[in-house]
Write a protein that binds this ligand. Structure first.
Ligand SMILES: [Zn+2]
Length: 729
């Protein structure tokens, strides 16, 4: 390691291609020394030594570690001024690195923001505008593809569904570990995620395998994302501020990654970049989480560059942006920065103490527009001015008014017009947020079937003040409450709020998706079909809507209709994964096994490492009685991701059917350990133990079953289990 480190240093020195400014300043100081001759003062000498010993600012030998913490407000960190924050590891990183005080994201949700970071492009260029319905375009260069092409080993370790490889950010990564355990299904209310320590452990294992090589590791943690449910000891310590407990948990999860790098100091060979994809509003401006507005609570992010062998610790006050990250990393490694990128390297800003930043930054928040039909939000930062382009426009001076409480639209008409013009120029490059690029044959079929009566261009309408998210934020708050009540088990309460939202603002596809989900949760599958159909009607090109509608049709015993609804989408070159899965399920329940499997194989081809698809394939085989193939598929799923509880459960079912009770029990125990709320496994395990005469062992599982099982779907079994537990009979 030592030898390697030295070689790298010499190599960097040989290049001598430090920025002109550095070379100049070094030459200038040496000239003074030469002029001073024998009369050289001690002070000047000391100064010369300090400069001569000053490390170079570029180093092609560095490894790169990009850490993104989802939903992390800059001011939630101790390093950014929060008193009482428990973020010692990030704070140490900031103290030993270059901390950017005014860094901004361009999007306020996960997938687009990571696409910006990894590609160095604005969202209107790469085209990813929301978490669902978009796929990062293949062939677009990213930090991963560029570094891989230059010899770095590349590995990504992500913690939540929006970054699964199916959305296209995996290009260039030799390893793209998005194994979220598969314990949870992705639903309207639940985004599969894995805990930070598990993600970090996977990253460390990979880094260990590539010790001595140059690596680009990308680690994404999801802890601070709603719902806030921090683990101990943070749950107790942050009882009244669970969001900050999650932030502390994320920081603690990073310790094994950061500690060795911090301890190595100047001898370390890794450039660490730490940032967030966006922040969290925490109630500011009426917004609870993130995604609707673009105020500073969600748009401003922490940004830290750490490479002590290159840079002394400092704080930079100049405004910087996510699109600057990729050029800075490439520049630091001595690689050429593609000239067409909107960002620029921050190296000279770091050297000159924060002068010369590019003050302009584009931003947007389009989710509410795409999912609810509200007015789209675009905006521009220009120095301390921030312009938000909405039916009710907003203009703030962040320096004088960091809380964005005084709208200057009326007071500063000239600035307003200037920023409007600049934003319009920027957006003239925007082809529009096109959710699904369906192929012409699909569109034609959808038109013929009457699904696209309004036309795909229906989004090009005029928005009024009534569509401004500022007027609609209470609808968003109610949506959060719908999710909260559902999670607390109050389905009726959640339904009432959901209906209230639809009454206030009809025509929101997302609200109908929630309604459909809630109806199903309370056992009203007919109602679920009606609600999902409404979402589908409102947004026929949206994969989530059409696939949910089809899945519920199948569950309602109308698989034939489901297969027909999905047929037009099958002509696309690459149909959506959810659409393929829904179609496979419909065909399977129609007994069209071969077609079902063919469909699942297509799904598998779109995302080969997706364990959920493999579990679905296994389930179709199992339903058809083909145990050998079922077993193969479930085992393949576990090869991809050993944490898939459903695969263990199904293998347990196979073992039980074949009379291998001990193996079945073992499988189910493992499944329950992975997903303690899966009521089906709890039922299998409890009932089997009880039948085997192991009553005492069975009891806790059956009690957990009673807590987890939805009464509407499991009424009869719940009653039976209750009787057993009460009477022991
Ligand atoms: Zn996010």
């Amino acid at each position: 390691m030592g030898r390697r480190g030295r070689q790298r240093r010499e190599h960097a020195g040989d290049r001598g291609t430090a920025p002109a400014a550095t070379a100049d300043s070094r030459g200038w100081r040496i000239a003074i020394v030469a002029l001073g001759g024998v009369a050289l003062s001690m002070a000047a000498f000391a100064g010369w030594r300090a400069l001569a010993g000053r490390p170079p600012h570029r180093d092609p030998g560095l490894s790169v570690l990009l850490i993104t913490i989802d939903t992390l407000r800059a001011d939630a960190l101790g390093a950014y001024g929060r008193a009482g924050a428990e973020t010692p590891w990030i704070d140490r990183l900031a103290a030993a690195g270059v901390r950017f005080e005014r860094a901004h994201a361009h999007n306020v949700i996960t997938l687009p923001s990571h696409a910006n970071l990894l590609s160095g492009q604005y969202p209107f260029r790469h085209g990813v505008r929301d978490n669902s319905g978009f796929r990062f375009p293949a062939g677009t260069p990213t930090l991963a593809t560029l570094l891989k092409a230059n010899g770095w080993r590349t590995g990504a370790f992500v913690s939540a569904f929006p970054l699964e490889s199916r959305f296209g950010l995996g290009a260039g990564f030799e390893v793209y570990d998005d194994h979220l355990g598969g314990a949870q299904e992705h639903t309207a209310f639940l985004v599969p995620e894995r805990r930070g320590p598990v993600t970090v452990e996977a990253a460390l294992r990979w880094l260990g395998e590539h010790r001595g090589e140059r690596t680009f590791g990308f680690v994404h943690l999801y802890e601070p994302h709603f719902p806030y449910d921090p683990p101990e000891p943070f749950a107790s310590r942050f009882r009244s501020e669970p969001y900050h407990g999650e932030v502390a948990a994320a920081d603690a999860a990073l310790e094994p990654l950061l500690r060795p790098l911090l301890e190595a100091g100047e001898h370390g060979g890794t450039l660490v970049v730490l940032t967030a994809d966006h922040g969290e509003a925490l109630g500011e401006h009426g917004e609870l989480t993130h995604g609707v507005f673009a105020y500073e609570g969600t748009l401003r992010v922490p940004l830290i560059f750490f490479a002590p062998r290159l840079w002394s610790p400092s704080t930079v006050g100049a405004p910087v942006r996510h699109v600057d990250v990729l050029p800075t990393v490439l520049d630091t490694l001595g690689l050429a920065v593609p000239p067409e990128l909107p960002g620029r390297s921050l190296l000279s800003i770091m050297e000159h103490g924060g002068q010369g930043g590019e003050p302009r930054s584009y931003f947007e928040a389009l989710s509410s527009s795409l999912n609810q039909g509200w007015a789209p939000l675009h905006g521009l930062l220009d120095g301390s001015l921030k312009y938000v382009d909405l039916p009710i426009p907003e203009l703030y001076d962040l320096e004088a008014d960091p809380g964005e409480t005084r709208n200057l639209v009326a007071a500063r008409g000239q600035d307003l017009e200037r920023l409007r013009g600049l934003l319009a120029t920027q957006l003239s490059q925007d082809p529009g947020a096109v959710r699904v690029k369906e192929d012409p044959a699909t569109l034609e079929k959808l038109h013929a079937l009457g699904y696209l009566a309004g036309g795909a261009a229906a989004t090009k309408q005029r928005y009024t003040a009534e569509d401004d998210p500022k007027r609609l934020i209470d609808v968003d708050t109610r949506t959060r409450d719908v999710i909260r009540l559902y999670r607390e088990g109050d389905i009726e309460g959640a339904l009432a709020l959901c209906r209230e939202n639809i009454r206030q603002r009809p025509g929101m596809p997302l609200a109908y998706l929630h309604l459909a989900y809630l109806e199903r949760a309370r056992g009203n599958i007919g109602g679920a079909v009606v609600a999902a159909h409404k979402a589908f009607e409102l947004r026929p090109l949206d994969a989530e809507s059409v696939s949910l509608y089809a899945v519920y049709l199948t569950e309602a015993g109308r698989a034939k209709e489901a297969a027909e609804v999905l047929a037009p989408y099958m002509t696309a070159a690459q149909p959506d994964l959810d659409v393929l899965t829904a179609r496979g399920m419909a065909l399977a329940s129609l007994g069209r096994r071969e077609e079902a499997l063919e469909t699942f194989q297509r799904a598998r081809a779109t995302d080969p490492a997706n364990a959920r698809v493999l579990v679905n394939i296994g389930t179709v085989y199992l339903m058809a009685g083909d145990v050998a193939h079922a077993r193969q598929a479930f085992e393949a799923a576990l090869d991809v991701d050993p944490g898939v509880a459903r695969a263990h459960n199904s293998l347990g079912v196979i073992a039980a059917r074949e009379g291998r009770t001990d193996e079945a029990i073992e499988r189910w125990r493992r499944a329950v350990a992975l997903d303690p709320r899966d009521y089906q496994t709890l039922f299998n395990l409890g009932v089997t133990l009880r039948k085997a005469g192991r009553e005492a062992e069975a009891r806790p599982y059956l009690e957990s079953y009673l807590k987890a099982a939805p009464p509407a779907l499991e009424g009869r079994d719940i009653a039976r289990v209750r009787t057993w537990l009460r009477t022991g009979d």
